[in-house]
Ligand binder design. Structure first.
Ligand SMILES: *Cc1c(COP(=O)(O)O)cnc(C)c1O
Length: 228
């Protein structure tokens, strides 16, 4: 029990909750204009303090996305109230898996066998997405498209629950992301994978037109983040 003289945790800031809820409603109606499919929204809170994560939960978001292991660990520990599903969406070193293995619900950025092995070892049967490199840019993460079937097989061999694929569009005009998003959808179709996590604040429309089932939206919901 908390000592009696400790101040109660501050409730989520009302103005922030309302702002995020309003942007969320706009996002949902935009999605509904584009598709009849059920598209899940992951609210990306990376680079924002825990108060923003708390406000996003209070605004009705049940899935929050984070890119950095330490940041996620600290935020998850500091968050008071209902627990969201935390999605790990960033590049992940194998030795950092242990920092977040108790809080992550969906590992969206599995892009190599060694990472799959470590997750499977720490969290048997964990739900994962295989991240596909759509931009061909070194250092941005993702498995080369041609290697995706083998990595999916590898994950399954380790007992992981492969729900689908994830991809990040190339930087630049949203239109340039279209071929990569289509490629991701066709690989997912070939492999019979349901989830296609693609689309962020700036390329959401293109991603949904190309078959996204899950978008990961940060700045359009919670505002700009501090550069890292
Ligand atoms: C930061 C990030 C997002 C959200 O980006 P916004 O442009 O703020 O919507 C989504 N997915 C990944 C992998 C990211 O790193």
């Amino acid at each position: 029990m908390a000592p009696l003289n400790e101040p109660p945790p501050a409730p989520p800031q009302r103005a922030l909750v309302e702002q995020i809820a309003e942007r969320g409603a706009q996002l949902r109606s935009r999605i509904a204009e584009l598709t009849d499919r059920d598209v899940a929204v992951v609210c990306v809170t990376k680079g924002h303090p825990v108060e923003v994560a708390a406000a996003a939960v209070a605004a009705g978001f049940t899935r929050l996305g984070e890119n950095y292991a330490q940041e996620l660990r600290d935020k998850a520990a500091a968050l008071i109230g209902p627990t969201p599903e935390w999605h790990f969406i960033g590049r992940l070193q194998t030795n950092k898996v242990r920092l977040v293995d108790r809080v992550v619900s969906l590992w969206q950025s599995v892009d190599r066998a060694a990472l799959a092995d470590r997750i499977a070892q720490r969290v048997p049967g964990a739900a994962v997405l295989v991240q596909v490199d759509l931009a061909g840019l070194a250092g941005r993460g993702g498995c080369p498209p041609e290697d995706v079937p083998a990595l999916v097989e590898h994950c399954r061999g380790r007992g992981l629950d492969v729900r689908g694929l994830m991809g990040v569009g190339p930087p630049g005009p949203a239109e340039e992301a279209r071929p990569g998003f289509r490629l991701l959808t066709s690989i997912a179709d070939d492999l019979g994978l349901e989830e296609r996590s693609m689309g962020m604040s700036d390329d959401l429309d293109v991603a949904i037109e190309a078959g996204s089932t899950m978008v990961r939206v940060g700045s359009a919901l919670v505002g700009p983040r501090a550069p890292r």
